[in-house]
Design a protein around this ligand. Sequence first.
Ligand code: RIB
Length: 301
Amino acid sequence: MSQVVIVGSANVDQVFRVQRIPAPGETVLSHGASTARGGKGQNQAVAAARAGAPTAIIAAVGADAFGALTREGLGADGIDTALLRTVAGQTGTALIAVDVSGENTIIVDPGANGLLSNLTADDRRVIAAAAVLVLQLEVPLATVIEAVETAAASSTTVLLNAAPIRDLPDTLLAGLDILVVNEHEAAHLRASRPNVELCTLVPVVVVTLGAEGALLQRRGEPDVRVAAPSVAAVDATGAGDTFCGAFATAIAEGQELERALRFAVVAASLSVEREGAVPSIPARGAIDSRLAAEGDVATTR
Ligand code: RIB
């Protein structure tokens, strides 16, 4: 039985390393290009699996070489792909520019991800049996809503990473146990609800803060901030996904929230030290070693 199940996207990333991100109308030369597995759903599944959770993915790829690459790679990471669909059309792709500071810009062509719809009886069974369901927003919103509704009838913990951000109905937020957003995504959600604290809608809200770590907000409790260890940043691509996957594993293991947050912050920090999305995601041993080396990562209230 899978402890963590991901419903989401799988892409292949075309990555270009540049001195700086080009301005509109500008052409810049890359000093290195590569192709690697990515997509927020796939990244989060790999992060959960490498952190140690039996993991399954419900996603869609095209009947093409990138689809085969994705299926094979997920299998090599020990992820259950029984519910991975191969559909007409192209596997999702992303065009990523990474500058010398490790920051990026990303354009996603959803391709097959846009055809992930109509959860099957097997999908529902796996979701209902999982400890944690993890979702993002690179697949149709109707599918995300359907998965959340499926989990509502079970004891599965529902974590939504609201990326890439879009307007979300309060009814969807009310079905979540945990919302993970970055500062930009949090601002977007707050803008349409100026007088409402997000954690009055979702009991646990985590705001990731990049190199500054993460902020945990719980209904009726003081906020907790976990600092990130300092790292030599090479590429931030997939760091938020690594955070979500590692966090889901820690929750599935029954770690209490602050400990789970420290675990996820350290996992995300490690991913920033290496290039690419999937290639940069750390294994459990590396996370535990860095956690031990850091001692108690600074926590403030
Ligand atoms: O979060 C990083 C991911 O966003 C990339 O791997 C890319 O595929 C896009 O989905």
